[in-house]
Design a protein around this ligand. Structure first.
Ligand code: ZN
Length: 299
């Protein structure tokens, strides 16, 4: 028998409004990286702490991936957002400090990258609070944005993000532009910066014996990401790259990313921005629209 499942909208917010990007810009491009390091491998199976080869997948980030990505971003004068689990902050502090020193944004990405279980709210809260605590204690910064590990969530995730005072989150898949969450009690929630799997490198390039997937060629990934960019540019929407230093930081993949960013930079009217910059801009616009509406009401 099929159990009764009442219809429940996942997102109470209206679809993202059409709004102009900053003057002269027609779309936003966000280079974002999830600095998971060894955390997903440890949470997947705690015994992996003794499987040094498995761990070395994540260890590639601090040794090679992050420095190479930093070098590249510096060479093209681009700032990015790095969603970082608290465990990474504690165990790869120097690597995180190098990101901050280069002027990039660090945002929250759980503590040990534990997937959110809708039936285990206390652990969801613990992951959230330990992640915040690690950023504050080790790096002296309070992250402004949050992305849950592996796109997992519960019915209370957005409320938790709002309660902890985040400016924005990157949780939903149901839009092509930022929009503001509406909490169940009608209060405004954080701004959401949506993403989609086609721009996630792990979908096309993450391989391990425990996660066997076809490995796409760099040219296939380039073609996919250019195709997405062309359409998003046409729509005037948000191109949100979701990358992982342990995946995109491999030599051939990074060469492809370099080529892709050159292609995008060859277009006029592209606004390269961090997630925080996009959220702040969106809020500024929202306030402007509110002021206009009030003015209209007085007439
Ligand atoms: Zn992650």
């Amino acid at each position: 028998m099929i159990p009764p499942i009442p219809p429940k909208p996942a997102n109470l917010a209206d679809p993202a409004p059409d709004f102009p990007w900053p003057a002269g810009k027609r779309c936003a491009v966000i280079p974002a990286f999830d600095v998971d390091a060894e955390s997903p491998w440890l949470i997947m199976d705690p015994k992996n702490v003794d499987r040094l080869v498995t761990l070395s997948f994540g260890g590639y980030e601090a040794r090679v991936g992050v420095p190479k990505i930093l070098e590249h971003l510096r060479s093209i004068e681009l700032k990015a957002t790095f969603f970082t689990p608290g465990w990474t902050v504690e165990n790869h502090t120097k690597s995180c400090e190098s990101l901050l020193k280069a002027g990039h944004e660090l945002a929250h990405h759980g503590y040990l990258h534990k997937w959110i279980d809708p039936d285990d709210y206390p652990t969801e809260v613990d992951e959230m609070d330990r992640g915040i605590e690690a950023h504050e204690r080790v790096l002296g910064l309070r992250p402004r944005g949050y992305r849950p590990p592996a796109a997992t969530s519960s019915e209370r995730t957005i409320e938790l993000v709002a309660d902890r005072g985040f400016l924005y989150c990157s949780v939903m898949l149901d839009d092509v532009n930022p929009n503001r969450h509406v909490l169940k009690d009608g209060r405004p929630g954080p701004v959401d910066i949506p993403f989609w799997w086609t721009l996630d490198d792990s979908m096309v390039s993450l391989y391990s014996l425990s996660l066997p997937r076809p490995i796409a060629t760099s040219q296939q990934i380039y073609d996919l990401w250019v195709e997405e960019f062309d359409a998003i540019y046409d729509w005037g929407a948000t191109y949100h790259l979701l990358l992982h230093p342990q995946i995109i930081g491999r030599p051939g993949r990074l060469a492809m990313l370099r080529r892709l960013l050159e292609y995008i930079q060859g277009h006029s009217g592209v606004w390269f921005a961090t997630c925080e910059e996009v959220a702040n801009f969106w809020i500024k616009k929202e306030k402007g629209q509110g002021a206009k509406a009030k003015k209209g009401a007085r007439r």
